[in-house]
Design a protein around this ligand. Structure first.
Ligand code: ADP
Length: 146
């Protein structure tokens, strides 16, 4: 059973995230979206709310599930029996950080990171920009799946 953890903050889960999941599904038997509870960050949506929304979105796709976690991604991998971490790459800005985290996860957890390049049409979509638009009362439905 090939399982991948797709870790992130997902505050909120956007069409960019959904695109990564959809494109990675042919590669894995199971994808677990790991919703990070980052003590240092004050989220717009609680972890429970983020998990609930993602679970609802994938109600018809039993191979995708969502779980909150507040420890290391490699520890979540161990709990879920996952040998892979899935991440999306938008730009060179993401690259160096992702490379370092991937190297550490490989070294400490023996877990390989699979990166997918972002679809060009979603390159400008980030949770932080969506949160900012929400704070100004803008309609963000085009950036949220379904
Ligand atoms: P984090 O705080 O860990 O970066 P995010 O929720 O912002 O968590 O992102 C989770 C993952 O999704 C990351 O790998 C990020 O690069 C990727 N991602 C975010 N937005 C997009 C997008 N528009 N297209 C493709 N991948 C994306």
């Amino acid at each position: 059973m090939k399982t991948a953890i797709f870790p992130g903050t997902f505050d909120p889960f956007t069409v960019g995230h959904a695109s990564i999941v959809a494109r990675a599904l042919p590669m894995f038997d199971r994808i677990v979206v790991g919703v990070g509870v980052n003590a240092g960050k004050q989220p717009l949506y609680t972890a429970e709310e983020r998990v609930r929304r993602i679970a609802e979105l994938y109600r018809g796709e039993p191979r995708v599930s969502a779980v909150a976690y507040d420890d290391l991604t490699i520890d979540l991998c161990r709990r879920e029996g996952a040998d892979f971490i899935l991440r999306g790459l938008r730009s060179v800005k993401d690259f160096e950080y992702e490379r370092d985290v991937a190297a550490m996860n490989q070294r400490l957890g023996g877990v390989e990171t699979v990166m997918l390049f972002c679809e060009e049409r979603y390159a400008c979509v980030s949770s932080s920009v969506v949160r900012e638009l929400i704070s100004y009362g803008k309609d963000v439905t085009e950036f949220l799946p379904r």
